[in-house]
Design a binder for this molecule. Sequence first.
Ligand SMILES: [Zn+2]
Length: 427
Amino acid sequence: MTDNLTLDRAMPKTENAVKHAPCRFCGAALHHTFTDLGMSPPCESNLSADQLNQMEPFYPLHVLVCEKCFLVQLEEYVSPENIFTEYAYFSSFSDSWLAHSKAYTDLMVKRFQLDHDSLVVELASNDGYLLQYFVEKGVPVLGIEPAVNVAKEATKKGIPTLVKFFGRELAAEMVNDGTQADLILGNNVLAQVPDVCSFVAGMKTLLKPQGVITLEFPHLMRLMEGNQFDTIYHEHFSYFSFLTTMKIMAKFGLTVFDVEELSTHGGSLRVYARHADDKSHPVTDRARELAEREEKAGFTRLETYFSFDEKVKETKRKIMSFLIEAKRAGKSIAGYGAPGKGNTLLNYCAIRTDFLDYTVDRNPYKHGKFLPGTHIPIFPPDKIRQTKPDYVFILPWNLKNEIREQLAYIREWGGKFVVPIPEVEVF
Ligand SMILES: [Zn+2]
């Protein structure tokens, strides 16, 4: 049993002075820090050369945990309208993500017998990278994607796409127009909507009586185990445990009946939900088992969440030690990738061109730009072949195997790879 004194000490930075917005799910006041990564610029706001000499907006990356529902969350400092109108992330630039999407399509069509009479609706459908596989199988689709430039790419591929934000209102309009879905899917979107209640209520409305919802999002348990603090950024408002997800779904009349634990994004959940009164999909053993495992791991006790902040600080110290030693030994270091998570890590650890000469990315939209805050330049991947760095510092560490294969040629000059998370690893 923990006495009060110890508990006080175990609660670093319980907030008294700062007034936070209430919990986005249950409305309770938020008092407890999960981790505080200081001030950071919005992670998708890459800069052009003429912006380098100007002021830049920085917002707090201060993550809180709700003492009532245990939703780990970031306040809405940056509104999605600002983030998503010209979004630079194109899913089609990752080979492993495409393979993942194709496998998902095969699984869904088979398990839920989707055919030419079904409708699959994807929320945040990006450039149509996933829905294209349903189209190939003759299953009708509809994408919903708020970023204009990305949605345009989807339309070019023949994926019907609504350029809108999804929520209660849009769902009601769609149902009025006679649209309801057999399968609603949302990959890495639940975490990115500020109004999680409107989003889930909308799914409930849009779903046919025997329809199924699947949602994929990073699993909080894996984030904590793996020191994945760099998956925290302003656009990522909520961080879900399985238990909290079940609670949120239940509030809107949806039952989580199955779950898969996936290796994507450092450890994600694929959650399956249906109407609470639809008995055609019984709750599976693996859903029950994961709920029990989280309960045992302490996800319904506030103290469990307080251990993370110190782990984050120690991870930073290890990354800094590696970089300082490498630079003292006269080594050159290039970055690989310009993902959102890279910017959290680089800004929190204050890694600029004093450590990383540059970074590279396959997405041509990013070439010639500079990372926000740190001003590290972004080049096409060929730059690595030209400059032969001693180390390639992999920012999207979840894709390290894919990148290791793509860049196998760095061995020709004795180059090595470095991943910063969960621990600094050189290989
Ligand atoms: Zn709450």
